[in-house]
Write a protein that binds this ligand. Sequence first.
Ligand code: GRF
Length: 203
Amino acid sequence: ARLGVLVSGSGSNLQALLDACAQADFPAEVACVVSNVPTAFGLERARKAGVSAVALDHKAFGSRADFERALGETLRASGVEWVCLAGFMRLLSADFLAGFPGRVLNIHPALLPAFPGLHAQRQALERGVKITGCTVHFVDAGTDTGPIIAQAAVPVLPDDTEASLSARILAEEHRLYPLAVRLAVTGKVTLEGTRTRVDAQAA
Ligand code: GRF
């Protein structure tokens, strides 16, 4: 399966996907990386891995529709079948998503549906939960609302800061995202309307 990975920043989750795809038995490859932030380190990671790296600055487009049209064309030009959001800080419209039905994934640093949106780790600390984690889910037009593919939990420790908690969650993200991509591209977990369906028999 050919993946397009969308980033806006550091791209450590992109790196986890690049590393997984370098394994002979992994059922996917990164065909293209796109960033809406031209200076994102994720683009550098892509180049280092020999993967096509494209900057599409959303501010250079007249409208969201124009930006998304260019994004779709860029992905299709690389033969992308699956889109993985990895720290990509733009919402995607239902129109764009319809071009990759059931094939857009995101990772979020909380146990959804708790703490969607920005600063999920800070939200968890402020709420005082004792367990949080990360979620990979299919993307719909809402903010972190799509059906859940996989989750991993981490403890919140008494002395945690936003930085220490984020680092603990991030380590789990790097394990979980490749695992969830494998489940999705092999058809073990599929999107069915507003739910996910698990098929243990799938190839
Ligand atoms: C991760 O915590 C991810 O869950 C969130 O943004 C962060 C991106 O980190 N959506 P990176 O760019 O993959 O290092």
